[in-house]
Write a protein that binds this ligand. Structure first.
Ligand code: PLP
Length: 401
């Protein structure tokens, strides 16, 4: 008998499965609105100019291919924590920040999850409903209990703030709360600053531990500062301890380079080496040490004034293109189906539009229109162009009616 005979087929990943279906489709009309990866107006992947410039500099440095330290590239760790927490961060000045370079957002989340499973065994991790599906895999596979808190109100296509507060208030003290730092995936609906303040106060009053997932810094508002407001408020204004995972996949377009970090703001500088030693212990047993190239790119771009300002401009262009596409899609839908309120399309932020379309409606778009998006009705507008907005509107209206 085969050693593998008990192995069952794993279910396909709901997001990556969309790309697979798209690739198999030979129609010239096809549209991939599945994976959250930025495309140009010609629907091609984009390598940012600042990334090309940084790579030229890196090539001229004649670097070797030695291993990085388990905790990553030291200059990267410094710039990434500063980008997240800000130049004026109290926590950074007081040396209360732990930073480990890890394998982009996912890898950083996974190291954080393994750390919680080891040192906070028995804790429950509260995750927004809905969320990026991989959150459940990451925290569940690490052996943690997961639970959902209310987040989205289908009636208002906005935040169910009262539901969120009610669910988090009922969570046992010591529970961990996963918070999307900005540009909530899949809904594109974020709390306002006033609501964030209340969430921070709730975490403080109830002893809940905030774990931020920051995968879109700069992509929500176009401003790196604005998009990091929530974790900065929790750490510096409220004096809370937090963990934050960071990703450079979207904002620098470094998807396949796998560059990101896991950070913690702790209450005392004495705890920093201890926490870092445990994160290194987990990373060492998981992948040993992180890749070099992406970390060097981030360091060149974030650590250099000229490249940093160019990056901000390119990020504004990317988020600006998505804003234009949102407006075009909303207009196209309003002219086809004026009886429905489509303003949520321009109210939602980040890469996605969460349409409320059903699985059956989405399947109709896949089959009849060659339009591929996730079955929860999330459209990645980063994969739409102005010239295809009418086509998408036709497909959506046909699927809904
Ligand atoms: N967290 C959220 C909410 C995401 O949407 C993503 C990517 O889609 C990630 C984390 C991690 O992506 P990566 O591992 O490419 O950084």
């Amino acid at each position: 008998a085969s050693f593998f005979q008990e192995v069952e087929q794993a279910p396909p990943d709901p997001i990556l499965g969309v790309t697979e279906a798209f690739k198999k489709d030979s129609s010239p009309d096809k549209l991939n609105l599945g994976v959250g990866a930025y495309r140009t107006e010609n629907l091609e992947p984009l390598v940012l100019d600042v990334v090309k410039k940084a790579e030229e500099r890196i090539m001229s440095q004649n670097n070797n291919k030695e291993y990085l330290a388990v905790e990553g590239f030291a200059p990267f760790r410094e710039v990434t924590a500063r980008l997240l927490l800000g130049d004026d961060s109290k926590a950074l000045k007081e040396k209360r920040v732990v930073t480990l370079q890890s394998l982009s957002g996912t890898g950083s989340l996974r190291i954080g999850a393994a750390f919680l499973a080891k040192f906070r065994a028995g804790t429950t991790v509260y995750i927004s409903n809905p969320t990026w599906g991989n959150h459940f895999n990451i925290f569940g596979d690490a052996g943690l209990e997961t639970a959902k808190y209310r987040y989205f109100d289908a009636k208002t296509i906005g935040l169910d703030f009262d539901g969120m507060v009610e669910d988090l208030s009922a969570a046992p003290a010591g529970s961990v709360v996963i918070l999307h730092g900005c540009a909530h995936n899949p809904t594109g609906v974020d709390p306002t600053k006033e609501q964030w303040k209340k969430i921070a106060q709730l975490c403080k009053d109830k002893g809940l531990f905030p774990f931020f997932d920051v995968a879109y810094q700069g992509f929500a508002s176009g401003s790196l500062e604005e998009d990091a407001w929530a974790p900065r408020h929790f750490a510096d204004e409220m004096g809370l301890e937090i963990i934050v995972s960071q990703s450079y996949s979207k904002n620098l377009g470094l998807y396949g380079e796998r560059v990101g970090a896991l950070n913690a703001v702790v209450s005392s500088a004495d705890e920093v080496p201890k926490v870092l030693s445990q994160w290194k212990r987990i990373a060492r047993a998981t992948y040993s040490n992180p890749p070099t190239h992406g970390a060097r790119i981030v360091t060149e771009v974030v650590g250099d004034d000229a490249l940093f300002s160019e990056w901000k401009k390119e990020m504004e262009e990317m988020s600006g293109r998505i804003i234009n596409v949102r407006a075009a899609l909303q207009k196209a839908l309003e002219s086809r189906m004026p009886e429905k309120d489509w303003t949520f399309i321009t109210r939602q932020i980040g890469m996605f539009s969460y349409t409320g379309m059903t699985k059956e409606q989405v399947e109709h778009m896949w089959e009849k229109w060659h339009v591929y998006c996730t079955k929860d009705g999330r459209l990645s507008l980063a994969g739409l162009s102005l010239s295809r907005a009418d086509y998408l509107a036709d497909a959506m209206v046909d699927a809904i009616n």
